[in-house]
Design a protein around this ligand. Structure first.
Ligand SMILES: [Zn+2]
Length: 67
């Protein structure tokens, strides 16, 4: 069902490992942040700082009567 795309055919490891790993030990680019970045994080900042531009969707009151 959900794993219909699983191993099929004769190439169980056909998919080349995405070796897009980044150096370890990187930290957030924000001056005051020392959050360690994941080696898989392609950003320069931790998610908290990287999303600073994203407006919070909070504060929006749900339409009355939706509850
Ligand atoms: Zn940060």
């Amino acid at each position: 069902m959900s794993n219909d795309n699983a191993i099929r055919g004769s190439r169980p490891q056909a998919m080349p490992r995405a070796s897009q790993k980044f150096p370890e030990g990187r930290i957030c680019a924000a001056p005051d942040c020392v959050t360690r970045l994941s080696t898989y994080n392609k950003r320069d900042k931790c998610w908290a700082h990287a999303e600073m531009k994203v407006p919070r969707l909070r504060g929006r009151k749900p339409a009355a009567g939706s509850a």
